[in-house]
Design a protein around this ligand. Structure first.
Ligand code: GTP
Ligand code: MG
Length: 700
């Protein structure tokens, strides 16, 4: 492969809702350009970027996939993103690694939630966006509907550059507004070939209308051009394209193109427009003035070969027979195969052996990669997603990717006995690969907890776990880490006495229990006077009470937030020892705690839900039915309303699924732990009943 410098590289993230045709489009673009030898399809599981067994089996993208198309002496790096929100982490990473986005909108489906989410992601990063209406050959395809949808739901600044001739099975060509020609596709065309003709008479009126709209929209972003246009002067193709490109960089213009990628229709014109309209890696850096950190200093990042090397690892994927593959985007400098680099994020040295560019599953080894390019390398020692690779002399750290927080939580158990440890190790490795997947062990409930973006996400994680580590895991509703506390005072005795021949055991204590504040924990006060219990045995009483309080008196949950005053007791000069006093403490806990009006405490989360106003009532109603305390609602016209509420964790299992169905996927939420509060009586009684049932089951 020839070498490409930063002015000859376009980095494009291909994003959009699930099943909008992104993977098919990326495959077709690479194939039509000649960079990929085979035209793949989803049906046969042969696309370039859906190559993992998970993806082939399910027929949709799970991981981002990197491919390239060499076109007009330019290398277009295409990052195919998953569309399902369960895998949105990779789409976010791809947009961060790219310089612009191709937002794909299915001609039959129109703008959907995933389209909206990823369009906003690109716009927030100030990346230029090019819209593609896809699958124009599909039944029920409607260009006008898709176009209006984009206009209304995404941006009024969208402007068609191509319009289809025919729709659905009749789709056979496009009107190219820049060249003012028609492209008529040949039946059975293999590589998007077409006959170029003048605009046919029956399309004349439609063409004129869209052409006028295009030129007026472009001219409106450039005063001198507008003036000339109003004077009736011609605006040339090159001029229009240059102005369009500038408008895109400023986020003022969003051109729209047409394809039926499965038949390769529209792909050649699209490749050309990506080269002509998308800024190169060099231009993007000039535009944004990227920054990084070196030690405590902020440093400027330049997409030039002679600047110090700095690349961001945006994806780590473990592959059979290869190990972990790190995908990186070079933001500055260049890198030569076999060179030493420095992971400034972790402070560790790495060697880049066999640096390659990815064409889907295939890796083509290269001698060097220049500023702005995207590459991959296998088997780094200690490098993970979001780390910066730079040099020892300039240990630069680039801004990291903000991955979304996981939304659903489950407990996971190994199906086979004795494999819990293997399960945990495997899950830990999978987290390194996918930052939107998290895991931890909850010592209170003795469960391994996994959290991800959705149920589908966690199912895929478990399938991966089985394939890679040979462990089968099973998802379950996580146990809630309830606690118990007391709400009243009480006192009583713990007396342990045993006489079984030989030396006996004797310990005796009198204690008072007092309720503490929420979060105060446990405290122990020694109020013994006159040596009724010798000093050396007092800590044993404390230990006994603490040990016993690990299982509360109502439902066996740890008892917290109470104070114990040890105020009296007695001992035996021969039979008393530490063990006996610990037993006395245990007995005292059992005797006293149940007299002090014990209650169940439950963990609560604070959640923030952002929803379009049309669903506000439903979301509020649903939160109330989950015993949520609404803290407040703020209205923000652009996004809808944001509700803050405190909701018991027990009521939040699969909340994201419910919220999605309530709001057609339009609402988002974040949650964080809030604290413990006393549970209402009825709900608490259910927890007590549940634990009695479980104990019965264990005993039986
Ligand atoms: N008729 C028609 N079908 C298409 C076209 N492009 C894709 N499809 C089909 O639409 C389905 C989805 O296509 P994909 O390319 O997997 O879509 P995607 O956007 O990558 O989907 P996700 O990865 O799940 O987000 C597949 O069954 C494709 O065969 C097209 O141009 N015409
Ligand atoms: Mg896909």
């Amino acid at each position: 492969m020839r070498e490409y410098g930063s002015t000859d590289i376009r980095n494009v993230a291909v994003v959009g809702h699930g099943a909008s045709g992104k993977t098919t489009l990326v495959d077709a673009l690479a194939f039509v350009s000649g960079s990929s030898k085979r035209h793949g399809s989803i049906k046969d599981g042969t696309t370039l970027t859906d190559y993992s067994p998970d993806e082939i089996e399910r027929g949709f993208s799970i991981n981002l996939g990197v491919a390239y198309a060499e076109w007009m002496d330019t290398k277009i790096n295409l990052i195919d993103c998953p569309g399902y929100m369960d895998f949105v982490g990779d789409a976010v990473a791809a947009v961060a690694a790219a310089d612009g986005a191709l937002v794909v909108v299915g001609a039959a489906a129109g703008v959907e939630v995933g389209t909206e989410k990823m369009f906003r992601e690109a716009v927030e990063r100030q990346d230029p966006v090019l819209f593609v209406v896809s699958m124009l050959d599909k039944e029920h395809a409607s260009f006008d509907r898709a176009y209006q949808d984009i206009k209304v739901k995404l941006t009024p600044r969208v402007v068609p550059v191509e319009i289809p001739m025919g729709e659905g099975p009749d789709f056979h060509g496009i009107l190219n507004l820049f060249s003012r020609k028609a492209h008529i596709y040949k039946k059975g065309t293999a590589k998007g070939e077409y006959d170029e003709t003048d605009v046919p008479e029956d399309y004349r009126a439609q063409f004129d209308r869209y052409y006028q709209e295009l030129i007026e929209t472009i001219a409106a972003t450039d005063d001198s051009m507008l003036e000339r246009y109003l004077e009736g002067q011609e605006i040339s193709r090159d001029e229009a394209i240059a102005a369009m490109k500038e408008g895109m960089k400023r986020g003022e213009l969003f051109p729209l193109f047409c394809v039926a990628a499965q038949q390769t229709f529209g792909t050649r014109a699209l490749l050309t427009k990506i080269v002509e309209l998308m800024p190169s890696a060099y231009e993007m850096e000039e535009l944004h003035g990227f920054k990084g950190a070196e030690g405590d200093h902020t440093v400027e990042i330049h997409a030039k070969d002679d600047a110090p090397f700095a690349a961001l690892v945006f994806k780590t994927q473990s592959e059979p027979h290869v190990g972990d593959v790190s995908f990186f985007r070079i933001f500055s400098g260049m890198v030569v195969n076999g060179h030493d680099v420095f992971n400034a994020t972790r402070g560790s040295a790495e060697k880049l052996n066999h640096i390659s560019v990815a064409q889907g599953r295939d890796r083509i080894e290269v001698v060097k990669l220049h500023a702005g390019d995207i590459g991959c390398v296998a088997k780094l020692r200690n490098t993970h997603t979001n780390d910066t690779l730079s040099t020892k002399d300039h240990p630069v750290r680039l801004p990291t990717i903000h991955f979304p927080e996981p939304l659903v939580t489950f407990a996971v158990h190994a199906t086979a006995r004795g494999e819990e440890e293997k399960l945990q190790q495997g899950l830990h490795r999978l987290h390194d690969e996918d930052p939107t997947f998290q895991m931890h062990y909850n010592p209170e409930t003795h469960e391994t907890i996994v959290a991800g973006m959705g149920e589908r996400h966690l199912e895929v994680i478990l399938a991966r776990l089985t394939r890679k580590f040979g462990v089968h895991g099973e998802l379950q509703k996580p146990k809630i880490a309830y606690r118990e506390t007391i709400t009243g005072k009480g006192d009583g005795q713990g007396r342990h006495k045993k006489q079984t021949g030989g030396r006996g055991q004797f310990g005796d204590c009198w204690v008072r229990f007092l309720p503490g504040q929420r979060g105060a924990g446990y405290s122990f006060l020694d109020q013994i006077v006159g040596g009724s219990i010798p000093n050396k045995f007092i800590p044993a009483v404390d230990r006994g009470i603490q040990e016993a309080s690990a299982r509360g008196v109502l439902a066996g949950y740890p008892m917290v937030d109470f104070t114990v005053e040890l105020y009296d007791g007695s001992y035996h000069s021969v039979d008393s020892n530490e063990m006996s006093f610990k037993m006395a403490g245990i007995l005292a806990f059992k005797a006293v705690a149940s007299k002090c009006k014990p209650v169940i405490l439950e963990p609560l989360d604070e959640i923030e839900v952002t929803t379009p106003n049309s669903y506000l009532g439903d979301v509020l109603g649903d939160l109330s039915s989950r015993r949520g305390q609404i803290l407040g609602t703020t209205a923000d016209d652009s996004k809808g309303s944001t509700i803050k509420a405190i909701v018991p964790q027990a009521e939040l299992h699969l909340y994201s699924t419910q919220l999605n169905s309530l709001t057609h996927g339009r609402a988002t939420f974040v949650r964080r732990f809030h604290g413990y509060e006393q549970m209402p009586h009825d709900a608490a009684q259910r927890v007590v009943d549940e634990s009695t049932k479980e104990e019965g089951a264990v005993a039986g």
